[in-house]
Design a binder for this molecule. Structure first.
Ligand code: UGA
Length: 447
């Protein structure tokens, strides 16, 4: 089939490459000339494991092309996927749909023959109805269906997730659109369920799923706090909980709070929609507030550590800036948020902050600028540090030899917000080690 995808970001590009790989003819469209120039020159514009190779392969075999022209992509298309950004409004946190609607008006002018317009971007419930009206108004002759096709790819694992979806949700009541989408995803016959629902249910599934996962993370983070106080180990607790298939093992990793371009935005947008409809989503609300509070607390713990040092100058080493491992993305990264809280708290304390991340330095620099130092290597970051905080769970951090870390650092304080280090080794080496939800084994004084 001929597929046009508008938007070549973390959703659009991996989806386009995946669809090309399963045999479709794909045109990726982006209005940013520099992005399209780079892609045409074979340069992948974002870091995503396995994307580079697959993109080159499909580009060379002529199954994927890149253009800034909506006309060029849409005229040929059986299906147009909208994968443009829906950034949150700075005050209300309502999803900003100007890019979605702008794209739809342009699409409407160039539709030829029956076409499906599907939203891959996360859009508020009811957006499909608005798009339908907008296209009808712009081009009353157009023959089309608007479908909700929510995306469940995780950044960093997008290529893997494209080929191994847990489900493909299709929101439409049109049988014509349903058979078209079945054809688009025929590669997944017998591999993943196609789940057909109404358009509004499709739109809701996306918000309800992301909010549920955010609540799950917030819950295990609170359980971690509980474990720290009560003398239990959250990794053992989460492992034991997860063995119950009703709970499941995934998304029970405690950490510095959830981040990224999706959970923070989608939870807030869902709360906004609930408020508009006089519904109380108290669990989502608690997760949002608790998550924000958590990052402030971590910053405070670091500031308290620096104050306790009581030195004329000090250094904090930060390992990890991306919002999670496997990506260069720093949008709503807990690491960046924590540093943004911490830096003003360190005023007057003569503390240098040095950070290392193999993939995310460039993106972090655009947000934090010259407020911190960016180390070229882990060794440089750790050299003479009084304290170390781990904020992203990159595998290379997990594999660090703690004896080497000890030799490089001046101090012994570690705040391991991703539990990457072995608690026993850290303690044996004399580190003042603090994991998340990890406590020194509890001795029952009554025994
Ligand atoms: C998330 C969803 O997982 C995808 O299904 C969805 O398609 C995507 O949002 C989206 O809406 O586009 P993503 O934001 O890439 O994907 O990242 P996740 O892997 O879900 O992680 C989100 C945040 O939660 C990260 O900060 C991560 O470190 C944190 N997290 C995740 C935890 O703290 N603990 C966990 O157990 C899992």
């Amino acid at each position: 089939m001929n597929v046009a995808i508008i938007g070549t970001g973390y959703v659009g590009l991996p989806t386009g490459v995946g669809l090309a790989e399963i045999g479709h003819q794909v045109t990726c469209i982006d209005r940013e000339v520099s992005k399209i120039d780079a892609l045409q020159a074979g340069k992948v514009t974002l870091y995503e494991a396995g994307l580079d190779e697959l993109l080159h392969k499909n580009f060379e075999q002529g199954r994927i092309t890149f253009t800034t022209s909506i006309k060029q992509g849409v005229e040929q298309a059986d299906i147009v996927l909208i994968a443009v950004g829906t950034p949150p409004h700075p005050v209300t946190h309502e999803a900003d749909l100007q890019y979605v609607y702008g794209a739809c008006v342009e699409i409407a002018h160039h539709l030829q023959g029956y076409t499906i317009i599907a939203t891959k971007s996360t859009v508020p419930v009811g957006t499909g109805d608005v798009i339908e009206k907008l296209i009808n108004k712009t081009n009353p002759q157009a023959d089309f269906d608007v479908v909700s096709l929510p995306e469940f790819l995780r950044e960093g694992y997008a290529v893997h997730d494209f080929f191994h979806p847990a489900r493909i949700v299709i929101g439409t009541n049109s049988s014509r659109a349903q058979s078209c989408i079945k054809k688009l995803y025929s590669y997944f016959d017998g591999k993943a369920p196609l789940y057909f629902v109404s358009r509004r249910s499709g739109e809701t599934i996306k918000y309800a799923s992301n909010s549920f996962l955010a609540i799950k993370i917030h819950y295990i983070n609170e359980v971690a706090d509980f474990c720290e106080k009560i003398g239990a180990d959250v990794l053992e607790v989460a492992g034991g909980m997860g063995l119950d298939p009703r709970i499941g093992q995934s998304f029970l990793n405690p950490g510095p709070g959830y981040g990224g371009s999706c959970f923070p935005k989608d939870t807030m947008a869902m709360l906004y929609m609930a408020q508009q409809n006089s519904v109380d989503l108290s669990l989502v609300d608690a997760a949002v507030k608790g998550n924000q509070h958590r990052m402030q607390n971590i910053a405070l713990r670091l500031k308290n550590f620096v104050e306790r040092l009581n030195q004329s100058e000090s250094k904090i080493a930060v390992l990890g800036l991306a919002f999670k491992d496997g990506t260069d993305d720093c949008r709503e990264s807990p690491a960046i948020t924590i540093l943004s809280h911490l830096l003003p708290m360190l005023n007057g304390l003569n503390t240098k902050v040095s950070a290392y991340d193999a993939k995310a330095i460039d993106n972090a620099r655009t947000i934090l600028g010259a407020k911190i130092n960016y180390a070229d290597s882990i060794e440089e970051c750790l050299q003479n540090a009084d304290g170390l905080v781990v904020l992203t769970e990159w595998p290379e951090f997990k594999h660090l030899d703690l004896a080497v870390v000890k030799n490089l650092m001046r101090g012994t304080f570690i705040l391991d917000c991703r539990n990457v280090f072995d608690i026993k080794s850290a303690q044996q080496l004399g580190f003042d080690y603090h994991g998340i939800g990890r406590s020194i084994p509890h001795t029952d004084k009554s025994v």
